[in-house]
Design a protein around this ligand. Structure first.
Ligand SMILES: [Fe+2]
Length: 510
């Protein structure tokens, strides 16, 4: 009973044929179903799983060709064998179209029928195996492809995130220009990246940042000199004049010297509010490498993020400047009320800046002391006029009130939340080196260094200016007092620096 798992269906309108084939195949161990026409056959197919169909052509109700067509619609893997007494070319073509796998000529030899059946079943098995195998291979392929795409997307998202993060950590325009260049090298693997600021007015490019270059210097120098050479400059300008969108250029014969050395060149304008602010250019010198569309997409993303970072900084600087202007207006307002302190803050800022410079303070510190110097007495806004403007000596109580001004000033500045260092300097500009000053009685190194400098500048200017309660002092006398109080009231280092510059502009009358 080797074939008991296979059901066959024999369809013929001649009952004799059905009987003979049924008996024959049953003896061989097949389960045999029989039908007198196509309709009956379909009815059986609907309820039984059949492995192979043998069918006559000419039958009542539904003929064999129609049956084959129906079977094909239902299950195109089910083999159909046509048995016909009158083979014709037309029939053969029709049967093949309907997916019939073979046909036998009547009268049918039963052994031949069985051989056909075995061959067909074997073929079908292979066909199904192949189908499964093919599906599996395709599935694997699809998976691999999806995986590749996924990895690419992850890579892309990571790159974009890195770009965003990098710009969010940058707080100066120069930092941003350098970041564009660094990211060009890191993410695009460019051999050289430049960033230029573009002036629409005189159609010029000014180099703001360029990457270090891994390739031989003489190649770079031959092309660019220290900067982007005139040729490259003109070339980029030429491109910008016709196309303001990111573009890729490689050996287009527009410029012989460029084509010789540059294998692939990318020009990506950085636009702020639709106007070109600058241009990022990236180069590949190595033959066989070229930028791709994806590279240009990245560079475009980088310049876009840079553009918004630049805008933010500009906005911040604008707010910062506005705020400073407002605060400074307060200081001026205080000084205007008091004839004797007019321009005091401006001069103190100037002197403190000079001393700090002499002490080799950094650019940033110089900026901080300039700011703090200009606003150091802003706290006086909180002191009543009758005390602040009082001619003659102050009572102890009044002096205590005056002494509140560094704290009030530091409070005002702290509310802005922008200037912590400046705030500290303003708070401590009346501390003494020996710890006997106010408001906190800090001593020596506890006092911020810039506050110690400011203290010398403030005291000097106070002594050499007229005050409501006394006449101004001779400058030489004031310098003498500063010297005498070095180490007690003043930081000796700040005094030393002050003395080194005292014969310069510091003593000029303004
Ligand atoms: Fe003061």
């Amino acid at each position: 009973m080797k074939n008991n798992s296979i059901n066959i269906l024999v369809v013929d309108d001649e009952e004799g044929i059905l009987d003979v084939t049924e008996g024959y195949f049953q003896r061989l161990g097949y389960e045999v179903y029989t039908a007198g026409n196509g309709l009956e056959a379909l009815e059986i197919l609907n309820r039984v799983t059949i492995g192979c169909v043998f069918t006559d052509i000419n039958m009542p109700k539904m003929d064999g060709l129609k049956l084959a067509e129906k079977i094909r619609e239902k299950d195109n893997t089910l083999p159909v064998v046509i048995m016909t007494g009158y083979p014709s070319l037309e029939n053969s073509i029709q049967t093949l179209k309907n997916g019939v796998v073979d046909y036998l000529i009547k009268p049918v030899n039963l052994e031949q029928m069985e051989l056909t059946l075995q061959r067909i079943l074997r073929e079908r098995e292979l066909f199904i195996e192949n189908l499964i195998l093919k599906e599996e291979v395709e599935r694997q392929e699809r998976l691999k492809q999806l995986n590749r795409e996924l990895l690419e997307r992850v890579d892309e998202v990571n790159t974009l995130n890195r770009v965003m993060e990098d710009f969010s950590l940058t707080d100066s325009s120069y930092g941003i220009f350098n970041k564009i260049v660094d990211l060009g090298v890191e993410e695009l693997k460019a051999d050289k990246v430049f960033f230029h600021i573009y002036s629409d007015e005189d159609k010029s490019l000014v180099n703001m940042a360029s990457s270090d270059c891994g390739i031989e210097n003489d190649i770079i120098n031959s092309l660019f000199g220290n900067n982007l050479s005139k040729a490259a400059n003109e070339f980029v300008l030429d491109v910008l004049s016709t196309d303001q969108n990111p573009c890729l250029i490689a050996g287009q014969g527009k410029n012989e010297r460029l084509d010789e050395v540059v294998h692939s060149l990318m020009i990506v304008p950085l636009k702020i509010r639709d106007k070109i602010f600058g241009v990022a250019t990236a180069f590949l010198f190595e033959k066989g490498r070229a930028f791709t569309e994806k590279d240009i997409y990245y560079m475009n993303f980088i310049t876009q993020k840079a553009a918004s970072a630049i805008e933010n900084i500009a906005l911040y600087e604008n707010i910062y400047d506005n705020l400073f202007a407002t605060l400074y207006a307060f200081v001026t307002a205080i000084e205007v009320r008091d004839l004797y302190t007019r321009k005091h803050s401006t001069r103190v800022a100037k002197y403190a800046h000079m001393i700090a410079k002499e002490m080799q303070c950094s650019e940033e510190e110089l900026e901080v002391i300039n700011f703090a110097g200009s606003l150091h007495d802003i706290g006086k806004i909180g002191i009543r006029d009758d005390i602040l403007l009082k001619p003659g000596a102050l009572t102890d109580e009044e002096f205590e009130k005056i002494k509140e001004h560094p704290v009030i000033g530091a409070d005002i500045i702290s509310k802005m939340g922008l200037w912590d260092r400046e705030m500290g300097i303003i708070r401590h500009h009346h501390e003494r080196f020996d710890g006997r000053g106010y408001p906190d009685g800090l001593k020596g190194g506890e006092i911020p260094g810039l506050a110690r400098i400011l203290c010398v500048a403030d005291s000097f200017d106070a002594m050499v200016s007229d005050r409501s309660y006394r006449k101004k002092m001779e400058k030489s006398k004031a310098i003498g007092i500063i010297k005498e109080n070095s180490g007690s009231q003043f930081d000796p280092e700040a005094v030393q620096a002050f003395l080194r510059i005292e014969d310069q502009t510091l003593l000029d009358d303004d």
